[in-house]
Design a binder for this molecule. Structure first.
Ligand SMILES: Nc1ncnc2c1ncn2[C@@H]1O[C@H](COP(=O)(O)OP(=O)(O)OP(=O)(O)O)[C@@H](O)[C@H]1O
Ligand SMILES: [Mg+2]
Length: 269
C-alpha cells in the first residue's frame, strides 16, 4: 500500500483516475450541464460537449448516460476515433455488439440496420457518444452528418453526443461541417469549477477514501483552487501530490506551504 494511505489511514487512493460509474461525483455547478444533456437526448436531439482538457467532459457525459432510463435508451460509447471512416464504422459495429463483415458499405448498412432493430424490437433510442471527437478525421466527421440525418418518423434515428476540446466547435463551424452543426440542438461548454466546487470535490474524495479528519485546511484548498484554476484533473493531481509530500514530512495537516511544495513537483506551473 502506498505510504501516504497508511500515514493518513485511508482505505483507498482518494484521487485515483479509475473510479466506478456509481462513484462519479458531479460538482453542484455542473448539475445543470448534465440535465441539459439528458433533456436533449430524451428529446432525441444531438448534442455537443466542449471544454479544455481535464475540465470534466467525460465525467459529465458518463453522468448523463447513467441518468438516462435504461428501459428507453441504448447508449454506445466510442472514444478511439482517430481513424478513417471505415474503421470508425467497424469500431461502432463492435460497440453495438456485432461482427463487422464485408465492404465499408456493408458495414455501414449493418450499423444502420442494428440501430433500427434496437428501436423496432425494444423501443430503445440509440445514443452514440463519441468522446475525443476533435481527433476525428474530416472524412469521418463528414460522414457523421449522414448518420445524424438517419431518421425515423421524421425524428433522428439516433442521438449523437459529440465530446471534445473547444477546437471541435470551431471545426464544426467551418466548411462542409456546418450542416452537421445546424443539426445539433444543444451545446454544453464545460468551464472551470468554482472555488466551492473544488472544496466540495476534495472533501468528497477524502470521505470516499474513508478519511475521518480534515486533512486539508481551508487555506490549502483555496491555494489548490488558485493554482489549478479550477481544472478538476489538475486539482486531483495536486491534492494527490500534497498527500505524498505531507506523508514524507510526517505532517498530518496540510496547509498552504505543502500545497506550494507539491505544486513545484508537478509539470503544470
Ligand atoms: N468520482 C469522480 N467524480 C468526478 N470527477 C472525478 C472523480 N474522480 C476523479 N475525478 C476528476 O475529474 C477529472 C475530470 O476528467 P475528465 O476525464 O472528465 O476530463 P475531460 O474534460 O474529459 O478531459 P480530456 O479533454 O482530457 O478528455 C478526472 O481526471 C478526475 O481528476
Ligand atoms: Mg475526456
Amino acid at each position: 500500500m502506498r505510504e501516504e494511505l497508511l500515514f493518513f489511514d485511508l482505505k483507498r487512493p482518494p484521487f485515483a483516475k479509475d473510479f466506478a460509474l456509481s462513484e462519479t461525483w458531479i460538482e453542484p455547478s455542473r448539475e445543470n450541464a448534465v440535465s441539459l444533456l439528458v433533456r436533449a437526448v430524451e428529446a432525441r436531439q444531438h448534442a455537443l460537449v466542449t471544454g479544455e482538457p481535464g475540465v470534466g467532459k467525460t465525467v459529465v457525459v458518463r453522468a448523463m448516460a447513467e441518468r438516462l432510463p435504461a428501459t428507453h435508451h441504448r447508449v454506445t460509447y466510442v472514444w478511439n476515433v482517430a481513424v478513417g471512416r471505415r474503421d470508425f464504422y467497424r469500431n461502432l459495429s463492435v460497440a453495438l455488439g456485432f461482427e463487422p463483415r464485408g465492404t465499408a458499405a456493408a458495414v455501414f448498412d449493418g450499423v444502420q440496420r442494428e440501430l433500427r432493430a434496437g428501436w423496432a424490437e425494444h423501443r430503445l433510442h440509440p445514443v452514440l457518444i463519441i468522446d475525443e471527437a476533435h481527433v476525428l478525421p474530416d472524412a469521418t466527421l463528414q460522414h457523421l452528418h449522414i448518420l445524424a440525418n438517419f431518421d425515423r418518423d421524421a425524428n433522428p434515428l439516433l442521438s449523437l453526443v459529440l465530446v471534445g476540446l473547444p477546437e471541435l466547435r470551431d471545426r464544426l463551424k467551418l466548411g462542409v461541417h456546418r450542416s452537421l452543426l445546424t443539426r445539433i440542438g444543444t451545446h454544453v461548454d464545460i468551464g472551470r469549477t468554482t472555488p466551492d466546487d473544488t472544496a466540495a470535490y476534495v472533501r468528497n474524495r477524502l470521505e470516499y477514501a474513508g478519511s475521518r479528519s480534515e486533512i486539508f485546511g481551508l487555506d490549502a484548498i483555496t491555494t489548490v483552487h488558485e493554482m489549478t484554476a479550477g481544472v478538476p484533473r489538475v486539482v486531483a493531481t495536486l491534492a494527490d501530490m500534497a498527500l505524498r509530500v505531507a506523508a514524507d514530512r510526517k505532517e498530518k495537516h496540510i496547509g498552504r506551504a505543502i500545497i506550494r511544495e507539491a505544486w513545484k513537483i508537478l509539470p503544470h506551473h
